[in-house]
Ligand binder design. Structure first.
Ligand code: PBG
Length: 316
């Protein structure tokens, strides 16, 4: 077996998995205000940007070959009905307009969820102490429409309510956005690896947890059911999240369906690597590129990762 490993040229020739910037999507946090660029403490190297800073960051991303971003909004105020999520002048809606105006060639995806906008931090509308599925779906669809109206190139519902992909597809078609694709967070697990993100987005649930809507980490077959339902309902791409602890799920989905697959290397996956690197315990560059290669090898077409910008520079 060693004959083909002897030289770099031979290794390059027979490499099975390719990792390039075009596969990577940079998640970005957007806040209201001007000239704001505040570091997220739990995610060293990641900032929250106000809109003008976001536009500047997008230029840097494009310069290294990252052509797609996914936006998360942190509104100035939160309430029970998550009204900031579907406000046409909301932080994400304004950010999408600004980004598309400054960089028409940038692909702007929006995360569609209520958790950053609800006062209690749950991903849906709470009635009698529980997340009500169908009211939440209505609000999610409304949010997706307002993102499409603002000019989003794709919407990505991450709430894990049942039936939301069908509702979002129906509403997009009705409201004149039949061309807007849906990237469904289909198999989103109730994961401890979202911890750092919740600090960044200020979206930790005030009571209870998300296990009533996000998936049990012990289940793999259930992910296939989620994926199949979302495709039936109109998903153009499906997502598995987190990524590295769920490579078997990515592979299982890859072997079963033909649509493109995205995987989300989440905040905790990033922060673990980052913390180990900052302590000098691991070589960040090779470790991060190894995880991204592994996620591609498992079958992901697209990877959402906080390393997108750095990885693109490393890969050049
Ligand atoms: C919103 C959402 C979350 C993440 C992406 N979309 C948080 C959550 O479900 O708690 C997590 C992303 C990350 O950890 O990087 N529902």
């Amino acid at each position: 077996m060693r004959r083909l490993r002897r030289t770099k040229a031979l290794r390059d020739l027979v490499r099975e998995t390719e990792l390039s910037p075009r596969h990577l999507v940079q998640p970005l946090f957007v806040v209201s205000g001007e000239g704001v660029r505040e570091p997220v403490e739990s995610m060293p190297g990641v900032d929250r940007f106000s809109i003008n800073e976001l536009v500047a960051e997008a230029s840097e991303l494009l310069a290294v070959g990252i052509e797609a971003v996914i936006l998360f909004g942190i509104p100035a105020a939160k309430d029970e009905t998550a009204s900031g999520a579907y406000d046409d002048e909301g932080v994400v809606q304004l950010a999408v307009r600004a980004l598309k105006e400054a960089h028409p060639e940038l692909t702007v995806i929006t995360d569609v969820c209520l958790c950053e906008y609800t006062s209690h931090g749950h991903c849906g509308f709470v009635r009698d102490g529980e997340v009500d599925n169908d009211i939440s779906v209505e609000l999610i669809a409304k949010t997706a429409i307002s993102h499409a109206e603002a000019g989003a190139d794709a919407v990505a519902p991450s709430d894990m309510m049942d039936g939301r992909i069908g509702a979002v597809r129906f509403q997009l078609d009705e409201e004149g956005h039949p061309q807007t694709p849906i990237i469904a967070y289909s198999a989103k697990y109730a994961s401890a690896f979202y911890g750092p993100f919740r600090e960044a987005a200020d979206s930790t649930p005030e009571f209870g947890d998300r296990r009533g809507y996000q998936m049990d980490p012990a289940n793999a077959r259930e992910a296939l059911r989620e994926v199949e339902l979302d495709i039936e309902e109109g998903a153009d791409m499906v997502m598995i999240k987190p990524a590295l602890p769920y490579l078997d799920v990515i592979r299982g989905v890859r072997d079963r369906v033909e649509v493109p697959i995205a995987a989300y290397q989440v905040s905790g996956e990033y922060s673990m690597l980052r913390a180990a690197a900052d302590n000098g315990w691991i070589d960040e560059r090779s470790a991060a590129l190894e995880t991204l290669t592994a996620i591609r090898r498992a079958g992901a077409d697209v990877i959402l990762t906080y390393y997108a910008k750095e990885a693109a520079a490393w890969l050049q």
